[in-house]
Ligand binder design. Structure first.
Ligand code: EPU
Length: 432
């Protein structure tokens, strides 16, 4: 087993390069299924979620080759089945994008239902409602597999779909299926995240006709074929937000490269409110938290362009170090506070009341053994550990490695004292 050992208390200084966006990659890789030729995808993050979705495509017959660390060549022309029901599929939330891609390409799909998640129930009713509106029948088989299928003659037929909740996954999944349906599909109350625009750009580059991505009405006119392309994925705004939180938590000053500053607006606005100086360039920012004492703030997570829920745990960890009372309102997920009990082990004064977390910041913190309860919770543990002068051990780091490329190397380059240690079940350290 592996853990991170972090000795904090030192400000971060230096430069970090942000990788491609995880949540764009896990949709764009299955989207290649829709294409009638091979594609090359650049700026792919080298993370375990990408390895997993690539293996799933391989199991289905696609040829997937890593040309270099950040480039994947995917040839979908040998896919022999519209079925994906292995344990690998079950182990990955984003495998639900296989439903939209396979349905769009083959008119049917059989996909294992993704397992539960560490922050509660994650329904996909809006995805299924969209597929049904396009003319597919949906069935849950044995509580474990979702089957969707449209009439062979009729195919999928474009329609109006109003999403009852703003859902990133449902918006993208319906875009995938509709991009090869007959006629026009209109998605209303669509999500507007940067990765939605990225998926639309990718589909359009292959010959699809998707308009309005980035607004709450997306129009998709189906096409009958798609051609191969080389496409580069957008930078990961949540990875960038995580390094911002860590730099602020240690009162450091870092340059963050390979980003789109516009995608970070809601996060940057909060940091400016706290007193951080942010200087923006075309594809980089200088983030300086050394100038003034940081001020307490409140945050409320919202769908884009609001403050992203995927930065909430890291921001909460930062707020532990800021004197005064800050209030976090988690407005996207019902139950994304499991990690707070880990922060409390470090001495945090945080209480949770429904959707609110109330943080009494600036109290003394001490190092403690903590767990990464999910991906962003794990990132929050790193931010917290960097604040504390002692040595913190973080276990269950496989969650962190699902979504952060070279996290140890990147933090080390910023001057952090962090290492990955291998240990056996009886906690004996084997090698660093
Ligand atoms: N929802 C429904 N029905 C649905 C779909 C969603 O009620 O059919 C609800 C959810 O329960 C939630 C809200 O709508 O309360 C938003 O969920 P959404 O569908 O937008 O989430 P998702 O697509 O499953 C993606 C990211 C998450 C991120 C959310 C919100 C991927 C693979 N995952 O999930 O990322 O938190 O959007 O931005 O893109 C992460 O990266 O750590 C992560 C969890």
């Amino acid at each position: 087993m592996e853990k991170f050992v972090v000795t904090g208390g030192k400000p971060l200084f230096g430069e970090v390069n942000i990788s491609g966006a995880k949540n764009a990659a896990v949709a764009i890789i299955p989207a290649v299924i829709l294409c009638d030729e091979p594609c090359t995808i650049e700026n792919i993050p080298n993370i375990s979620d990408v390895t997993l979705i690539s293996r799933i495509l391989q199991q289905m017959g696609a040829k997937v080759r890593r040309i270099n660390k950040s480039t994947l060549y995917i040839d979908p022309t040998h896919i022999s089945s519209s079925s994906a029901t292995t344990d690998l599929v079950r182990g990955m939330r984003a495998s639900y994008y296989l439903l939209g891609a396979l349905l769009g390409k083959y008119g049917k799909a059989k996909v294992a239902l993704p397992g539960g998640c560490n922050f509660g129930v994650r329904p996909i009713d809006q995805h299924l409602k969209g597929f049904e509106a396009l003319g597919a029948e949906t069935r849950l088989v044995d509580g474990a597999i979702i089957e969707v299928e449209c009439d062979e003659e009729e195919g999928l037929v474009g329609t109006h779909i109003y999403l009852d909740v703003v859902s990133v996954g449902a918006t993208m999944n319906i875009m995938l299926a509709a991009s090869r349906a007959k006629g026009l599909t209109v998605i209303e109350n669509a999500a507007k995240e940067p990765h939605i625009v990225d998926l639309a750009n990718f589909l359009n580059s292959m010959g699809a006709d998707v308009r309005g991505a980035g607004t709450d009405v997306i129009k998709i006119r189906g096409v009958s074929c798609m051609h191969g392309v080389t496409y580069s994925i957008i930078p990961d705004q949540i990875e960038a937000g995580t390094y911002m939180c860590a730099a602020a938590a240690t009162r450091g000053c870092i340059t963050i490269n390979n980003i789109t500053p516009k995608h970070l607006e809601s996060i940057s606005a909060k940091f400016r409110e706290m007193g951080v100086k942010i200087t923006e360039y075309d594809e980089a920012i200088i983030f300086d938290a050394t100038k003034k004492p940081l001020k307490r703030v409140n945050i409320k997570t919202m769908p884009h362009p609001g403050f992203p829920t995927d930065c909430q745990p890291q921001f909460t960890a930062l707020l532990m170090s800021v004197p005064g009372t800050s209030i976090v309102n988690e407005n996207v997920w019902d139950n994304r506070y499991q990690y707070i009990s880990e922060l409390i082990r470090m001495g945090a004064h945080i209480s949770v009341e429904g959707r609110l977390a109330i943080i009494e910041g600036g109290t003394p913190l001490t190092a403690a053994p903590v767990r990464a309860t999910d991906l962003r919770a794990g990132a929050a543990m790193i931010v917290a550990a960097l604040e504390i002068k002692g040595t913190t051990e973080i276990t269950d780091i496989q969650y962190i490695e699902r979504g952060y490329e070279d996290v140890v190397e990147k933090f080390k380059a910023l001057g952090a004292d962090i290492k990955k240690v291998y240990f056996n079940e009886s906690s004996e350290e084997l090698r660093a």
